[in-house]
Design a protein around this ligand. Structure first.
Ligand SMILES: C[S@@+](CC[C@H](N)C(=O)[O-])C[C@H]1O[C@@H](n2cnc3c(N)ncnc32)[C@H](O)[C@@H]1O
Length: 284
């Protein structure tokens, strides 16, 4: 395993929950996390398996990787985190970026005995700083990236990602209901150039929506974000899937930005959770 500590790593000792299994940090989450993880795993499996004869190098790159384990609040059960969901799949290289030292180290410990350990890189530091140093060949390489922040993502991070992972798809956790909509009463009054919505979009175009209610503003801001992804060269036809709590409360969206039409085809199947026909990959 390659483990890199960057100057932006946060070295605050972990005071949160630890796993009853290995005593290492875990992230607390709701049962809804399964909706995110199952789609991620399904898509990753199709991407890594389906592309193995076409692309010799298949990279999985995760920004905001977490500690590799989570605890479900409702049940007290523990589940593996996203990095460990994809590690058995047919990627040739795994890159994880995580700012908290306690999380990055826990992730490294949880991976150290995995058969794929030699194909793993952990970058402990801020995503932007890590992307300054991570290098992915632009030829014969296809990358699937997962961007999973706890707050609002920044379009400039996706822009930077696109410069490094030139070919491939990106799945983004977009905190719309729990982020844009819930905080609209406060965001709409923001004036600084560094505020969250301006960073989401890379511009202050959202300010035209100041007089709209939270639902209307959320919809408009999402369309702007989508246009920004398109401007970076991604296809967004099969744009997003809501993640719900208790069946009817929407929390956030999984936004899919495809590198090409095949990515869209795969994502459609992942959303439906359908098993591809045996000849699916032969037709590609
Ligand atoms: C939602 S959690 C990740 C969960 C994980 N993807 C999973 O599903 O198991 C977000 C993680 O991002 C990390 N993080 C927050 N800001 C970051 C930044 N600027 N750069 C890198 N990691 C960051 C947090 O420490 C946290 O572990």
């Amino acid at each position: 395993m390659k483990y890199v500590t960057l100057p932006s790593a946060r070295t605050i000792p972990w005071k949160g929950t630890v796993s009853t299994l290995d005593g290492l940090p875990v992230r607390e989450s709701g049962e809804y996390i399964d909706q995110k993880h199952s789609r991620l795993e399904y898509y990753s499996n199709m991407f890594a398996g389906g592309m193995k004869n076409k692309w010799p190098n298949r990279v999985y790159l995760e920004l905001y990787a977490g500690p590799g384990r989570c605890k479900i609040r409702e049940t007290g059960k523990e589940e593996v985190g996203s990095p460990l969901k994809v590690l058995d799949l047919n990627f040739t290289r795994f890159i994880f970026v995580e700012r908290e030292e306690a999380h990055a180290q826990a992730l490294a410990k949880r991976i150290e005995n995995h058969p794929r350990v030699e194909d793993v890189e952990i970058w402990n530091g801020d995503n932007f700083q890590a992307l300054d140093q991570i290098s992915i060949p632009s030829t014969r390489t296809l990358t699937f990236s997962f961007v999973d922040p706890t707050g609002l993502v920044e379009i400039n991070l996706i822009k930077k990602l696109k410069q490094i992972a030139v070919k491939g798809d990106v799945l983004i956790n977009l905190m719309d209901s729990m982020g844009i909509k819930m905080n609209w009463h406060y965001y709409r009054k923001s004036i600084g150039s560094n505020c969250k919505l301006t960073r989401l979009l890379g511009s202050d175009e959202w300010k035209e929506f100041r007089d709209l209610d939270s639902q209307q503003a959320n919809a408009k801001i999402q369309e702007l974000f989508r246009a920004k992804l398109e401007a970076l060269g991604y296809l967004t036809e099969e744009y997003n899937v809501p993640v719900m709590m208790n069946g009817n409360n929407q929390l956030y969206r999984l936004v899919f930005a495809a590198g090409d039409q095949l990515g869209i085809k795969f994502w459609r199947a992942a959303v439906k959770g359908t098993t591809p026909q045996t000849d699916f990959f032969d037709q590609l």
